[in-house]
Design a protein around this ligand. Structure first.
Ligand SMILES: [Zn+2]
Length: 323
């Protein structure tokens, strides 16, 4: 009997907050916060302060402070609670409700109740909705680099680079925009017509625990043709040049090393390395262009360039990206 009680006690601590362990933190909660976080209550729909929040940052556990979700995983579901299609690796625990109807989510560290998770609704490609009570969360603007990182690549028309980069495992969000020029807040027409010095660039938000910067950069070199100078396919001009904007010495070393490997594989890369500068997001109609048009890129495709010598590669037209 004692063993059974012990097992029940252990089991229950895995699924909810252990009061003795978290007493100092619990003392700081309001009654409303306690009702949701400790007693698994639900905040009234459309009343939470993070439901429509769209700022860049990280959402942490109200009780223990652990980072749980990043803003790049947040989407508008119009359900009245903050919605995320992914959680920070290992931060959230899923527990099927006793009635088998729903799946509860709790903070993996303290067991604080967060909400429920739903699958198969089709809101985003990940097909998952973490429906979280705002009151279970805090928000901070700075995102630790160990949780998500940003990388910047330019490889011709940003529509195609965005299309392929966002299909990589570990990539959370890709945004089309401009970098490297003189004009502030450039429009697409400015970049095409006004010699601004900007290059069509994508901002890649990724989870370093799932994909390394090296593999991200390798993929970049394999979904555009880095040997083309100041152009990519039919898009001609400096704004379409192949370039990597690096944010650290480590990133610079990685790109140097990959360019060296490309050369030893028989390629002559034209890719330039620049120091990362301010990124300007392009107009909304440029974002997720191919998904909106339900078509595929005309000037980008996937080809392995790191493991095989050049003469054994298939022709560019036959390249197909492997999802
Ligand atoms: Zn927690």
């Amino acid at each position: 009997m004692k063993t059974l009680i012990f097992l029940i006690a252990i089991f229950s601590t895995l699924h909810s907050v252990e009061p003795k362990l978290w007493s100092k933190h619990i003392a700081k909660l309001t009654d409303e916060e306690k009702n949701v976080i400790l007693n698994k209550g639900t905040q009234r729909t459309f009343t939470g302060k993070y439901t429509n929040m769209s700022e860049d940052g990280v959402y942490t556990c109200k009780l223990c402070g652990t980072p749980l979700y990043t803003s790049s995983d947040k989407f508008q579901s119009h359900c009245g609670w903050p919605s995320f299609d992914d959680a920070i690796k290992g931060a959230v625990k899923k527990i099927p409700d006793k009635d088998g109807m729903r799946t509860e989510i709790v903070c993996a560290k303290c067991g604080g109740h967060l909400g429920h998770v739903f699958a198969g609704e089709g809101y985003t490609p990940k097909n998952t909705r973490y429906c979280v009570n705002s009151i279970s969360l805090n928000f901070q603007k700075s995102i630790p680099k160990t949780i998500i990182a940003k990388a910047y690549f330019a490889g011709g028309c940003f529509w195609g680079v965005e299309h392929y980069m966002e299909r990589l495992n570990g990539v959370k969000k890709v945004t089309s925009g401009f970098m490297g020029g003189r004009l502030q807040n450039p429009s697409y027409i400015d970049v095409v017509c006004r010699n601004t010095g900007h290059i069509e660039t994508v901002e890649v938000v990724y989870d370093p625990s799932k994909i390394s910067y090296t593999n991200l950069a390798k993929a970049f070199f394999e979904i555009h043709d880095p040997t083309q100078k100041n152009r990519q396919g039919s898009d001609v001009g400096e704004q379409y040049q192949s370039a990597v904007f690096v944010s650290s010495d480590n990133e610079r070393k990685v790109i140097h090393s990959l360019l060296k490997q490309l050369k030893s594989n028989g390629f002559t890369p034209a890719t330039k390395i620049f120091k990362a500068d301010k990124f300007y997001k392009a107009e909304e109609y440029h974002q997720n262009y191919y998904a909106k048009k339900k078509s595929t890129p005309y000037c980008h495709g996937y080809v392995k360039r790191f493991d095989k010598p050049k003469d054994k590669l298939p022709l560019f037209k036959s390249f197909k990206f492997i999802d």
